[in-house]
Design a protein around this ligand. Structure first.
Ligand code: AMP
Length: 300
């Protein structure tokens, strides 16, 4: 079954302590769509400018990402630049240029309105609402967000929570949105605002899944070297919804596996800049690391 992904498509500049790269393919929709593509067909909704490289369009096509919903407008593609400290958990945004995003309205191709699995990847909540307004009866809607929207468009974000099945955010954002330090209590507060399911990411410490009477925890894959963690959150969300759509059900066991699949794709993504690692990844690689997660967390 197809997944519909809306989010940003960006040209990123990323600096770590040892490397710096410009004009990289980035954006929440790019990472999430590529991640979801390991599980089935993906429909991508977003916008790029006339400077967006052809090679990046070819990459989407090569992974079966349908770009019929990717608008091309006059002007420059959304551009983001960030810098990592020696501790890669700490990132500073150096600049953001909205460019073609300033006038973006994500209008869906008519045939896409019936898509059953929807990922509202990180983008302004008003645009996430606009996509949902056009959907017929999605089976499962996942929303991702970031601190910027909690600070600047909180009301839109809170209203969105009543319209989605699952919210994904990181531990700091869960505390920021609720004002509660305890993650289980923050999770309960967030679930009372709408989403039946909540995934709280903890970076290199893994992820927690909360539902009615349900709790699941998964660690992160023990990577010896993290090259560039940009987009790991988006890959987590994309892998998660991709697995749900491929399974066609959203019971507890499937959701647990989906969280692990999200963690698998996110861990690969950190091994290289931009989407380079995912570009070279095979389904066998994904299956092998999924098995490794199972081995690492099994005990009697
Ligand atoms: P993550 O590392 O998961 O936070 O995702 C990083 C990606 O998000 C980068 O590729 C950026 O292009 C994209 N991004 C950064 N800021 C924004 C924003 N305000 N809206 C949408 N996407 C963004």
């Amino acid at each position: 079954m197809s997944v519909l992904v809306v989010g940003s498509v960006a040209l990123d500049s990323v600096r770590t302590q040892s490397e710096a790269h410009d004009n990289l393919l980035g954006g929440s929709a790019s990472y999430a769509s590529m991640a979801a593509s390991f599980f089935g067909p993906v429909r991508m909704v977003g916008i790029v400018g006339d400077d967006f490289p052809r090679a990046y369009m070819d990459l989407f096509a090569s992974r079966g990402v349908d770009t019929a919903g990717l608008q091309r407008a006059r002007g420059k593609t959304f551009a983001w630049s960030g810098e990592y400290e020696a501790n890669m958990n700490n990132r500073r945004t150096l600049s953001v240029a909205l460019n073609v995003f300033e006038t973006f309205r994500p209008d869906l191709p008519a045939a896409w309105r019936e898509t059953e699995y929807v990922l509202l990847a990180n983008i302004a909540p008003a645009l996430q609402h606009h996509v949902l307004d056009q959907m017929r009866r999605p089976k499962f809607v996942v929303a991702d967000t970031m601190d910027l929207w909690i600070e600047t468009t909180r009301d839109d974000l809170v209203r969105l929570l009543g319209r989605v099945d699952m919210l994904i955010l990181n531990d700091g954002e869960a505390k920021q949105l609720t004002g509660i330090d305890s993650l289980p209590r923050a999770a309960a507060a967030l679930r009372s605002m709408g989403p039946r399911w909540l995934a709280i990411k903890k970076g290199e410490h893994g992820c927690l899944l909360f539902g009615e009477g349900e709790f699941f925890t998964v660690g992160a894959y023990p990577l010896e070297e993290v090259k560039d963690p940009t987009g790991c959150g988006d890959c987590f969300a994309g892998g998660l919804i991709g697995h749900l759509a491929a399974s066609g059900t959203v019971d507890v066991a499937t959701l647990r596996r989906a969280v692990v699949h999200g963690s698998v794709i996110a861990s690969f993504n950190a091994e290289s800049f931009s989407l380079k690692r995912l570009e070279a990844l095979s389904k066998d690689d994904v299956a092998a690391r999924f098995d490794a997660f199972r081995r690492f967390s099994r005990f009697e």
